[in-house]
Design a protein around this ligand. Sequence first.
Ligand SMILES: NC(=O)c1ccc[n+]([C@@H]2O[C@H](COP(=O)([O-])OP(=O)(O)OC[C@H]3O[C@@H](n4cnc5c(N)ncnc54)[C@H](OP(=O)(O)O)[C@@H]3O)[C@@H](O)[C@H]2O)c1
Length: 199
Amino acid sequence: MSVIISEGVGGSRRYGRTVSSLTGSISLRLAMSLDGYIADERGGYDWIVPVPSPGLDTTDPLPFEAFLDDVDVVVMGRHCYDQGQHRDYAGLGKRLIVATSSPPAPAPGEGFVEFVSQDVVGIVRAARDAGERCFLFGGGVLVETFLASDMVDALTVSIVPVLLGKGRPLFGGRHPQLDLALTAYAVQDSKVRLVYRRR
Ligand SMILES: NC(=O)c1ccc[n+]([C@@H]2O[C@H](COP(=O)([O-])OP(=O)(O)OC[C@H]3O[C@@H](n4cnc5c(N)ncnc54)[C@H](OP(=O)(O)O)[C@@H]3O)[C@@H](O)[C@H]2O)c1
């Protein structure tokens, strides 16, 4: 069972004080269009661009680097792997799990990738229960699997000021209700970053 503490005590808004820093947690962090997509139809994300929002940006943008510092395990879906997103995690000393029903042979120099075809939720649950801080990188299919199993403790969603109209959705709509509380927020270049924890 993960323990949740609230963020912002004493004015601190570092991720070091959020659920993501605590032992035993499963957190996701993604950028989402205002209409709920994390990628366009081709899987692209060139729509995630900084748009100045002078006078609105918060002092602390809750940067990704601070979030990642607290992470022990990164979990991503096969589509993200096929895009090469796993390469950003080479050499960081974190466990990297890729969910896929048909694991490929490891590419040269990519022995750090751990392909999982059976019960990825159970494997990540075991890591969480052993005190690991697990980051659900995405994409939407993988996230939906964890939401459907009620296995998400915290979410950071950065709302990007665009209506894509179509694309790859973050939420597939097949999960049970998940009640949340806001623990932090930030505004950065017209993106609104919302940090939630499970209630
Ligand atoms: N906006 C953001 O912040 C953000 C963040 C991350 C990713 N993305 C984008 O999201 C897109 C990818 O998302 P996506 O929803 O299309 O795909 P995805 O979740 O990355 O991958 C889906 C695939 O992962 C495997 N998979 C997922 N759950 C599984 C499970 N429980 N057991 C076994 N295998 C499982 C399956 O692979 P098999 O078909 O091999 O079985 C499935 O087809 C990319 O375009 C990426 O750039 C955006």
